[in-house]
Design a protein around this ligand. Structure first.
Ligand code: TRP
Length: 324
């Protein structure tokens, strides 16, 4: 099993509910080999002009993961660029990947549009799914826990792997997405919570910052003041309440519909619960941050375990393609 994160900022509540909790649960199974990696080359696909931020983001993300409960004893936690075999495999995979498959990925056109203020129409950005396929195939990943939006990427990975196996003989393992049960977590503007849309609640924020983020959320535009009936089904705050205030969800829904519960009070309930929910995480993170050299040790150890696996896969592919 493998999954990766691009180091473009701290963890937000959407990552947590959609993916992080799932990752922590998956590593509990002693029969499952778990690989969690920092996709630092993938960061270049949209942030090639901000590499000065990379070291800080990588450091923060590893700390975030450890504080969340990813266990470097049980799982292999590594950085993509520490495993250069990935780059060689990506080059080979790119040779057999039709342009049409890449241009068809919905996130390709979407992100070009969403990030119109940044010039990301690059070869590397188009090739994002090829590099992602190399990430997965290099460790012979079978299960890939991802969000709904990543399913088209996984579909391409499966197609690329099948094509390689058809052309050169069965050398690569076909991966499968593992979707979490959690419905999409919306951000402050009602769109999917995401760092690039600037609509996120950051899990390591202090209480004041979490309250301010929650206050900035849109709610049902027809519910202007307390007393107006609201429609929980279209409200991003309600989507978060479902996840973080489950024990009060009936009361919140009824209060919203009748109008008795105003949005300001509703947001206070959510902010209180978020602050409590993430408190142990924040405390643990502060503790780990005091351990000098921890992140470097974890990454060095992870690379040491990932590379032999990667080497084996790459050697098999080279041989199948008659490069040695
Ligand atoms: N595409 C993922 C994201 O944007 C990051 C990623 C890169 C990844 N390579 C991967 C995820 C391989 C799973 C498997 O978050």
């Amino acid at each position: 099993m493998l999954t990766g994160y691009r180091p473009t900022g701290p963890l937000h509540v959407g990552h947590w509910a959609g993916n992080i909790e799932n990752m922590v649960a998956l590593q509990e199974d002693p029969d499952r080999d778990c690989f969690f990696f920092i996709a630092d080359w993938h960061m270049l696909t949209t942030h090639y002009d901000r590499t000065d931020e990379l070291p800080g983001f990588v450091h923060d993300l590893v700390l975030d993961w450890l504080a969340a409960g990813l266990d470097p004893e049980r799982s292999t936690i590594y950085r993509q660029s520490d495993v250069p075999e990935v780059a060689e495999l990506a080059l080979l995979l790119g040779m057999v990947t039709p342009l049409g498959w890449l241009e068809r990925v919905p996130s390709f056109k979407e992100r070009l549009r969403d990030m119109a203020e940044r010039d990301i129409a690059n070869f590397g950005f188009l090739g994002y799914p090829v590099l992602q396929t190399a990430d997965i195939a290099i460790v012979r990943g079978e299960l890939v826990p991802v969000g709904e939006d990543q399913v088209p990427h996984l579909e391409i990975s499966r197609e690329i792997v099948r094509r390689v196996n058809r052309l050169y003989g069965d050398v690569l393992v076909e991966p499968q997405p593992l979707l979490s049960e959690t419905p999409l977590i919306p951000g402050s503007d009602g769109r999917k919570m995401s760092k690039s849309l600037d609509n996120a609640i950051w899990v390591r924020d202090d209480e004041d910052a979490i309250r301010a983020s929650v206050r900035s959320f849109i709610t049902d535009p027809q519910k202007v003041r307390r007393g107006d009936p609201g429609r929980p089904e279209i409200c991003p705050i309600f989507a978060l309440q479902r996840r973080f205030s489950p024990e009060r969800i009936g009361e919140i829904e009824a209060g919203c519909r009748s109008g008795e519960l105003g949005c300001v009070d509703c947001k206070t309930i959510l902010a209180d619960n978020l602050i409590e929910y993430f408190r142990p995480y924040r405390e643990r993170r502060a503790e780990l941050a005091g351990d000098q050299g921890l992140v470097e040790r974890v990454l060095a150890d992870g690379a040491g375990r990932a590379r032999p696996v990667a080497r084996q896969t790459l050697d098999a592919v080279r041989e199948a393609m008659h490069f040695r």
